[in-house]
Write a protein that binds this ligand. Structure first.
Ligand code: ADP
Length: 221
């Protein structure tokens, strides 16, 4: 592998971005940056960033572009992502964010992988999603009436505060309007790989690896 890959993972809420990024990060040895996780940790810890973004998260609204891009740029510089490659999960989420962070030609990234999962499937997944508020560990419970399940570290994984049906509907609508156009934006720049995100997480992972391999972003193995 010549350079560590720089990958954007797109997909609506519940498409499996976090799950697949965690696997990819381990497989590729590339840092995973989830803006949602970054913001939730900042809110929980009451940092200045947390104070700035808390209201947007609560309402299920997007954090303003300049604010998000500034935070991501700062994080990228502090973590040396220029040299280490990256997996961006939940960012960029608007064309303005993409143009500010990746450049209008998209040259700041090697590929955008779009996980394709229909709305009815993600709504059903989110109703059953339980997330550990401490470490972000995520699982899908069989029975949606189960409120909490223990994560491997012994904390309780629960429903995210913004996973109420009303907030989910708002975020999905926002996704179609603000983030949907990023698919064509990356496609026009020859950077888009669409991957079927329905099915077993192992199968989806293999599909993603296939797409990365086809682009020469994996070593031959
Ligand atoms: P979801 O994809 O289910 O909305 P995330 O964990 O990705 O969940 O994000 C949670 C919240 O964080 C979003 O609803 C939004 O308020 C904020 N957020 C995350 N990433 C961005 C971004 N790139 N631009 C604007 N807001 C963001």
């Amino acid at each position: 592998m010549p350079n560590p890959p720089r990958i954007v993972v797109l997909g609506r809420q519940g498409a499996g971005k976090g799950t697949q990024c965690a696997r990819l990060a381990a497989y590729l040895g590339v840092p995973h940056l989830s803006t949602g996780d970054l913001f939730r940790t900042a809110v929980r810890d009451g940092t200045p960033v947390g104070v700035q973004v808390a209201g947007y998260l609560e309402r299920g609204e997007l954090v303003p572009d300049e604010l998000v891009v500034g935070i991501v740029q700062e994080h990228a510089a502090a973590e040396g992502l220029d040299d280490r490659g990256y997996l961006l999960d939940g960012f960029p989420r608007t064309i303005a964010q993409a143009e500010l962070f990746l450049g209008s030609d998209g040259k700041g990234v090697d590929v955008a992988v779009e996980l394709d999962v229909p709305v009815d499937v993600v709504v059903e997944r989110i109703a059953r999603r339980r997330v550990c508020p401490v470490d972000g560990w995520t699982t899908i419970v069989d029975d949606p009436s189960v409120a909490a399940v223990p994560c491997p570290d012994g904390h309780d994984a629960v429903q995210r505060e913004d996973d109420t049906p009303e907030a989910v509907r708002r975020r999905l609508a926002l996704y179609e309007r603000e983030t949907g156009p990023l698919g064509p934006w990356f496609a026009q720049r020859g950077l888009l790989e669409r991957v079927d995100g329905v099915g077993d997480p192992d199968e989806v992972f293999d599909r993603i690896l296939g797409a990365l391999r086809a682009r020469g972003l994996l070593s031959a193995a």
